[in-house]
Design a binder for this molecule. Structure first.
Ligand SMILES: CC(=O)N[C@@H](CC(=O)O)C(=O)NC[C@H](CC1(C(=O)N[C@@H](Cc2ccc(O)cc2)C(=O)O)CCCC1)C(=O)O
Ligand SMILES: [Zn+2]
Length: 560
């Protein structure tokens, strides 16, 4: 059982970390003159969960791997009960993406939560105690402080809140428009004029991105769709070809190509020998500068083509910082690691680039195709922002005690309703535990890194597009969303310079190396979507859509 092996190696590594930490704390490293060496000691002076006594650490790992196993092995029945071995990937994700039957969507949405989150509630409560115990052993007040230490930013949570405040007007316009198109499609009985959007209708099991609604939300339905999944299938794309094309984009910028070990040891599609596999895509660094791998149960869709770039972004970062000292072999901050692949994917997904690689037939510079493209990116990127925020705003509240263990589920839905403007298909209760239905909660993977990434990837894209002379703020003929940095060695060199730093400098230095700025800034994201924002405002006005949503309907009741 590899999970037993995983547990054993986690414990062994914790022992190593604790020994190393004991040695470091005996050194007066704060008086070391060399900034680089001092920074290495500063990182090593933090122990994390390895500070727990062995028996508590074993309990921590067992709880976490138990919740993750519940998640990874969950199977549900389909609507008519003819089969009961449907798994999340690919079965349920495919239904949530493509079914337009509210009854089927509601069934799958509820059944998934019944078989995952609901079974984890007590484990998670115990797990939170252990995270807070580990935090206190590190001199932090709670798990939230422990988790945010890596950002090394005094007012990090208020910076995030400010970024979200800047973006809510844009989100509310998109929300109003999508609710309108869903109401047209499903009728007023199913989707109201002024209420939250039913969560199960948004094309994704967690309503985290709405890209699968492009068919319903396309501004110009009769124009070309930028979802090239059909062309990929028609041209016989394989998972291997998808990753080879991603590698080709990276090397066109002069970045480091995928290594022989990568091609020999990665798992790029679900094995058909019945092996149980955690199918959640992942990238792995074996810290020797050569052995780097991706594990992905790839399906031939545009979504997975973009994901291949995301995962390869992690691999490129591993290769670029391979010569750094061990403690600096990580991202400038976790958001940087998440932004690399997505930044390049912003170029790959453009109609201009898709035409270059033969996935989109002749597309003249048609403003309506362009608006369809911008909408497809917004459905993924803008819809995602409040979800990315909710995932850790809720956990920060739970670790700090602001959210009591009796209100776990209803506080989750208060945030989902307040920030995302969505509601469950049926009123939930404290017998449920819906956060546990999303991988990163049982997987105990922090999530604010994705919110950070979705902001800074537009700062990186804008800076690299200016370097590639693909975008000029004063030239409306070359808008940011049409930029494709493909083949531009200057842009690649600028990106590589930042990537090779790893975590050797505070993240504002890395941000400055690419953008010239030292802070996270939503302006680049707003610039990118400006044409769509103008279009949405006009469209919502014409349709007299109500902006925002009522929050007076109950979404969750504490069990009596
Ligand atoms: C050893 C290890 O853990 N390695 C790390 C990498 C590292 O830290 O070195 C790793 O492989 N993490 C896995 C995780 C997988 C994915 C994910 O979880 N995505 C989020 C959010 C999101 C959604 C849309 C999007 O475009 C980008 C992100 C979700 O699906 O909710 C699934 C598909 C995409 C990325 C990842 O790659 O980030
Ligand atoms: Zn990632």
């Amino acid at each position: 059982m590899t999970s037993a092996g995983m547990l054993a190696s986690r414990l062994e590594y914790a022992r190593f970390e604790k020994d190393r930490w004991k040695q470091v704390t005996q050194v007066d490293w704060k008086s070391i003159k060399d900034e680089n060496v001092k920074r290495q000691f500063k990182v090593l002076s933090k122990l994390g969960t390895a500070a727990l006594p062995e028996d508590r650490l074993e309990k921590y790992d067992q709880l976490q791997s138990g919740m993750e196993r519940t998640y990874s092995t969950a199977r549900v029945c389909n609507l008519n009960g003819t089969s009961c071995d449907l798994s999340l990937e690919p079965d349920l994700s495919e239904i949530m993406a493509n079914s337009r039957d509210p009854e089927e969507l509601e069934h799958v949405w509820l059944a998934w939560r019944e078989n995952t989150g609901k079974k984890m509630r007590n484990s998670y409560k115990e797990f939170v105690e252990l995270i807070n115990e580990a935090a206190e052993l590190n001199g932090f007040s709670d798990g939230t402080e422990l988790w945010l230490d890596v950002y090394d930013t005094a007012d990090f949570q208020s910076q995030i809140a400010r970024l979200w405040d800047q973006l809510t007007p844009l989100y509310e316009q998109l929300h109003a428009y999508v609710r309108g198109r869903l109401r047209q499609h499903y009728g007023e009985e199913v989707v109201s004029r002024d209420g939250p959007i039913p969560a199960h209708l948004l094309g994704n099991m967690w309503s985290q991105s709405w890209g699968n609604l492009l068919d319903i939300c396309k501004p110009y339905p009769e124009k070309a769709s930028v979802d090239v999944t059909p062309q990929m299938k028609a041209q016989g794309y394989t998972p291997l070809k998808m990753f080879q094309m991603s590698d080709e984009f990276f090397t066109s910028l002069g970045l480091i190509p995928m290594t022989p070990e990568f091609w020999n040891r990665s798992i790029l599609e679900k094995p058909d020998d019945g092996r149980e596999l955690v199918c959640h895509a992942s990238a792995w660094d074996f810290y020797d500068g050569k052995d780097v791998r991706i594990k992905q149960c790839t399906v031939i869709t545009m979504e997975y083509f973009v994901t291949a770039h995301h995962e390869m972004g992690h691999i490129e970062y591993y290769l670029q910082y391979a010569r750094q000292p061990q403690v600096f072999k990580t991202g400038a901050n976790p958001g940087f690691h998440e932004a690399v692949g997505d930044t390049l994917a912003l170029s790959v997904a453009t109609p201009k680039h898709l035409k270059k690689i033969g996935l989109l037939e002749e597309v003249i510079n048609d403003p309506e195709v362009d608006m369809n493209f911008l909408m497809s990116v917004a459905l993924d990127k803008i819809a995602f922002l409040p979800f990315g925020y909710v995932m850790d705003k809720w956990r920060w509240g739970v670790f700090s005690g602001d959210i009591s263990e009796d209100d776990l589920n209803c506080e989750w839905w208060k945030l989902r309703l307040g920030l995302q403007g969505i509601e469950p298909p049926q009123v939930r209760s404290e017998m449920d535990f819906d956060p546990g239905a999303k991988y990163h909660i049982p997987g105990n993977v922090p999530y604010i890194r994705y919110f950070v990434s979705f902001i800074i990837q537009f700062q990186f894209h804008k800076a690299l597009c200016i370097t590639a002379n693909q975008y000029d703020p004063n030239d409306r003929a070359r808008p940011l969303h049409q930029c494709d940095i493909y083949n531009n060695k200057e842009a690649g060199k600028k990106l590589a310079k930042m990537l090779s730093m790893g975590a050797s400098k505070p993240w504002p230095d890395a941000m400055e190396a690419i953008t010239g700025q030292r802070e996270m800034d939503a302006t680049a994201l707003r610039d990118y979507f400006q044409p769509l924002e103008d279009w949405l405002k006009r469209e919502n006005q014409e349709n007299q859509e109500i902006i925002g949503w009522k929050t007076d309907e109950p979404v969750c009741t504490r069990e009596p």
